[in-house]
Structure formats: C-alpha cells, structure tokens
Ligand binder design. Structure first.
Ligand code: SAH
Length: 290
C-alpha cells in the first residue's frame, strides 16, 4: 500500500515546479547538493529531494515554496523554446480533433520546440517530425526526452515537408507551419484512407486559403474551430472572469482523406428478377448473440 506514497517522493534528476507565494513558477531539475537562487531567496535541492510532491519548503529568507512535478501544461509554458509553442488549450483540442490514440502513426511538421510532440507522445502515438532547423530539432528532442523520457517512439528529421513526405500509410498528419496547402498533395499519398490531417494556423486568411485548396483534393469532412479559454477569479465574494485571457492563438482545421466516389450502381435492366437480393440484410442490425 505504501506505493502510492512512494510515487510522490521526489528524486534527484527529476524536473520539478517550484511555486512561490506570489504564484510565480520556476521549473528546475533536482541535483544533489545544488541550490536554486531566486530574488526571494535560495532553495536547497536537498530539502526537496526525498520530499513528497505537494510539500512546502522554506527558502533561505524564510519564504515558502510549494513543490510539485510539472504537468505537461506547466512544462510547455516553462520549457526552453525557440519557435512559438502551441498553447496547452489548443494541444488538448488537437488531441481530440485529430483523434490521437495509442499506436497511431503520426507525422508532425514543423516540430519547433516540441510542445505538440510531447502531447502526441503522451497520448501514445508514434511520432515522426519534420523540421527545417537543426537547432529547433535538437531542442525539441531534449524537451521531449525531459518530459516523456528517452525511450519515446520519436524521430525528428531535418526536412522540408513542402518537398514531400517519405512515410506511407500514416494515420495522422499534423501541421504547424505557414503554408499547409503546400503539403496537401504529399499528404494525399502519405496518409491512409480515412486518415486525418490537422493544421494549426494563426490567421483566418491562411485558414481560408487552406480550406479553398482542399476543395479539389481527396480531403473532405473539413472543419475549422478556435478554442476560447477563460479562467475565473474565485475569492470570497469576488467571483468573476479574470481580467486577462489569451485572446487569440490559432485556428484548428481538420479534414479526412476520403476515397473518391465511383458510382457503382448497376443499371436496372441488368438486375431484372434479382431485386433486393443480398442487400440490406435486416439481421445485421440485430444485436450479436451473447
Ligand atoms: N508545433 C510546435 C511549434 C512549431 S513552430 C510546438 O508546439 O512546439 C513552426 C516550425 O515549423 C518552426 O520550427 C519552423 O522551422 C518549421 N517549419 C516551417 N516550414 C517548414 C517546412 N516547410 N518543413 C518543415 N518544418 C518547417
């Protein structure tokens, strides 16, 4: 029974989130003998190592710090980034809209700082990333290793996805780059039928251009949404929306690769005498026998 508690014990080498009295957050990696300096005091890592998550420790000046392991959202907002990351509110929506499930074969481009990669891997997908910049690819690999672990099914290649996609039979393609319409023809051969393409774009002009470019392609069932996320201030008698919110991030567009419809109806003259035979078996609607 002790195991629930054991899982809470913080170990050297782990990343933790420190939260001070003013709710400022700091992401640090625990090292034996090290200390973390903030302008409100020093926290010894040794006072954190061996404590359970959720503990409060005192810094050198007597200030309190709360310590917990970072959630994926904490990690995304605090990790080193070069490119703009996809915000947690949108990461959640992408996982559902693109229907990411364990074992799904996913191609992602560009990889940027790896925020979306982490969310995909945490949901159990196998991820291949294409990224133009070696420095971003390297940062994404290290961010992913820190959050998801070294053994994650994750590979990043330095490639321009506008030039083509090598993989075949993909379940999902996720795009966070400026001109996703330039990927559609490659995606049509790389995705399996029924596969989902999901593109994240900051402006509605780009989104409209993508939707128009999809019209003559094999992509259908297209939909576009944005996520409005408003937090609330709840304290005593003051219960109201917070004054500030992230007003805009991006638009999410999904579509599915469909098989072109060929009209296979047999002309009536060829079906004489065999009307309805073999079709619409009502028994198929009945529940299977236990
Ligand atoms: N989704 C990422 C952020 C991506 S930022 C995250 O959550 O962290 C956009 C990235 O796309 C940049 O790193 C840029 O270098 C890359 N990129 C732009 N055009 C590309 C292309 N044609 N092929 C591959 N990567 C591309």
């Amino acid at each position: 029974m002790g195991s629930d508690e054991d899982r809470s014990i913080l170990q050297a080498g782990e990343r933790v989130l420190l939260v001070d009295a003013k709710e400022r957050r700091y992401l640090i990696t625990l090292r034996t003998g090290a200390s973390f300096h903030t302008h409100v005091g020093i926290v010894d890592h040794d006072s954190l190592i061996g404590s359970p998550e959720g503990s409060t420790v005192l810094g050198s000046t007597g200030r309190r710090f709360l310590v917990v392991r970072p959630t994926l959202s904490d990690a995304v907002l605090k990790m080193p980034r070069g490119a703009q990351v996809i915000y947690p509110k949108d990461l959640g929506a992408i996982l559902i809209e693109a229907d990411i499930a364990p074992g799904a074969r996913v191609l992602e481009a560009g990889v940027g700082s790896g925020a979306l990669s982490m969310a995909l891997l945490r949901a159990g997908a196998d991820v291949v990333g294409y990224e133009l910049r070696e420095d971003f690819a390297e940062r994404a690999r290290s961010n992913v290793a820190a959050m998801v672990g070294e053994g994650a099914p994750y590979r990043v290649e330095i490639r321009d996805i506008y030039e083509g996609i090598e993989e075949r039979g993909l379940d999902r393609i996720l795009l966070d780059l400026p001109e996703p319409w330039r990927v559609l023809s490659h995606a049509e051969v790389a995705l399996r039928p029924g596969g989902i393409l999901c593109a994240y774009l900051p402006s509605i002009n780009q989104t409209a251009q993508l939707r128009a470019a999809m019209e003559p392609t094999g992509f259908g069932m297209a939909s576009t949404l944005e996520v409005l996320h408003r937090t609330w201030h709840i304290e005593d008698r003051s219960v109201r929306p917070d004054h500030r919110m992230v007003g805009h991030t991006g638009f999410l567009t999904t579509a599915r690769l469909l098989i072109p419809f060929e009209d296979r109806r047999v002309p009536e003259s060829e079906t004489t005498g065999r009307a309805d035979a073999g079709s619409e078996d009502p028994a198929q609607d009945e529940p299977a026998e236990e």
